[in-house]
Design a protein. Sequence first.
Length: 256
Amino acid sequence: MQAPAATVTDLSGKLAVVTGAANGIGRASAIHLARNGADVVLIDIQEEALAAVAEEVGQQGRRAHPMVVDCNERVAIEEAFARIEADVAPVEILLNNVGQSARERASEFWCSEPETWDFILKLNLYSTLYCSRQVVPGMRERGRGKIVSIASEAAYMGSQGVADYAAAKAGVIGLTRSLARELAPFHVNVNAICPGPIRTAAADRLPIWSQYLKETPMAFAGEPQDIANVVVFFASDQSRYITGQSLIVNGGRWWS
């Protein structure tokens, strides 16, 4: 089912940073942030795809700043955010989107590999820690800012074969709640989004995709735009009194 276009929200004059911006939720969110007036720094390791997203951002009449950065590397992230602050503008919106479940290496926990745990925790949780650490001091000093992180419904439900991913995303939710408490006195909002079945190139390759859809009461998969709409809401003044929340966006999929 086609995702409806969102209402336009004024983010004019604000700089947003989107990690994992080359595809899927990151791409849709970057374009939608630009559509609502934000300039966007696009961070990913896929240079060619990143250039295409930068062009789409430009078509919205906003500035795009593509940066090839490996979000597994703390020093690379620190250097990238230093360049952003020095050469572009202070970061007012951060979308921690980069991450994956490494489904090709998924297995039940009893036979899972610690090397896979390290990869999953670093990309999903540590990247969120690294990037958030770079923007929090400036947001705190300026007395404003929005941090939005992509978690997962797996953090609440668990998901067979990806215990490491569920643990990492639960960590993102815990970080969101703690940062929200710390930063609320400085008018910085920190929230998370927990997608369920969202149709992306990676999702279409999942062998259990059809089972996900059977378990979804709304009987269709969400689109990246469905998450982008929530990103823009959390990035806007419409959510000024909402912080520390983790919004599940999954078509009603749940089980006990």
